[in-house]
Design a protein around this ligand. Structure first.
Ligand code: HEM
Length: 214
C-alpha cells in the first residue's frame, strides 16, 4: 500500500510540474520573447511549439486525473474505515468542500491548457489572446496548489519546525530538552495524532494507523 501511495504521489507531482511548468515558461519567457517577431514567423513558431507540447499537456492531465481520483477514493475509504472523529472528520474539516472547489478549478486549468496548446476551432479564442489566458490559467493553478496544501495540512499537520536528531531548528521558539512528546509530524501516524489533538483537549489513544494519501 505504501508503494502505491508513493507511486501516486510521484504521478501527481510530475503531472503538476509538467503542466504548470509549461504554463510558466510560456507566460514569462516564450510569449514576451516572441513579441518583436513578425506575424508570419511568430505563427509558425507557435504552431511548431503547440504540436510538440500538446502530448505533454495530455500526459500531465492524465497523470493528475488518475493519481488524484485514486488518491481521493483511497483517502475517503481510510477515513471511513477507521471512523476518524466518530465519522465526522470530513464534515468537521470541510474536506469535501475544499476538494470540490479544487477539482472545479483544476478542470478549468485543464480546459484552458488544452485550448492553449490544442488546435480545435472551438478553443481558437483562447489562442487568440495567449498572454491573457496564460495568466488566468496560471492564477487558477496557483489557487489549486494552495487548496491542495490546505487539504494535506488537514490530516498531516504543518511541516515540522525542527529536526531533533540533527539538532536543526527552523523555529524562532527556544529549544527545550523535553523529549516526553514524540515528534508528531515525522510520519503519517503523526497526522492522526495532530488531528486528534486538535479535536479534543486531552490526547486520545490512537486506534487509527492513518496512512494519509499523497
Ligand atoms: C492543475 C491541476 C492540479 C494540481 C496543480 C494539483 C496539485 C496538487 C498538489 C501540489 C498536491 C499536494 C501533493 C503532495 O503534497 O504530495 C495535491 C494533492 C492532491 N490532489 Fe491535486 N492537483 C491538481 C489536480 C487534481 C485533480 C484533478 C484531482 C482529483 C481528481 C486531485 C486530487 C488530489 C488529492 C486527493 C490530493 C491529496 C490531498 C490530501 O493530502 O488530502 N488533484 N495536488
Amino acid at each position: 500500500m505504501d508503494a502505491l501511495l508513493l507511486l501516486l504521489r510521484w504521478m501527481h507531482i510530475f503531472g503538476a510540474v509538467i503542466l504548470v511548468g509549461g504554463l510558466c515558461f510560456s507566460r514569462f519567457a516564450l510569449i514576451p520573447a516572441l513579441a518583436d517577431t513578425d506575424d508570419t514567423s511568430r505563427d509558425k513558431i507557435h504552431e511548431n511549439i503547440r504540436r510538440r507540447w500538446l502530448p505533454w499537456v495530455i500526459i500531465g492531465i492524465t497523470l493528475l486525473l488518475i493519481s488524484g481520483l485514486t488518491n481521493f477514493i483511497l483517502f475517503n475509504n481510510t477515513v471511513k474505515a477507521q471512523g476518524w472523529s466518530d465519522g465526522q472528520w470530513m464534515k468537521q474539516t470541510s474536506y469535501h468542500t475544499i476538494f470540490g472547489v479544487k477539482f472545479l478549478l483544476a478542470l478549468g486549468v485543464f480546459y484552458l491548457a488544452s485550448g492553449l496548446f490544442g488546435r480545435g476551432s472551438g478553443t481558437a479564442w483562447i489562442r487568440g489572446d495567449r498572454m491573457r489566458w496564460l495568466g488566468v490559467t496560471l492564477g487558477l493553478a496557483v489557487a489549486v496548489i494552495m487548496l491542495s496544501s490546505w487539504l494535506r495540512n488537514l490530516h498531516m499537520g504543518p511541516n515540522q519546525l525542527s529536526i531533533p536528531d540533527l539538532g536543526v531548528s527552523l523555529s524562532a521558539e527556544p529549544e527545550t530538552n523535553d523529549t516526553s512528546e514524540p515528534d508528531r509530524y515525522q510520519n503519517s501516524e503523526a497526522g492522526t495524532a495532530f488531528r486528534q489533538d486538535s479535536d479534543s483537549e486531552a490526547p486520545v489513544e490512537s486506534s487509527n494507523t492513518s496512512s494519509p494519501t499523497e
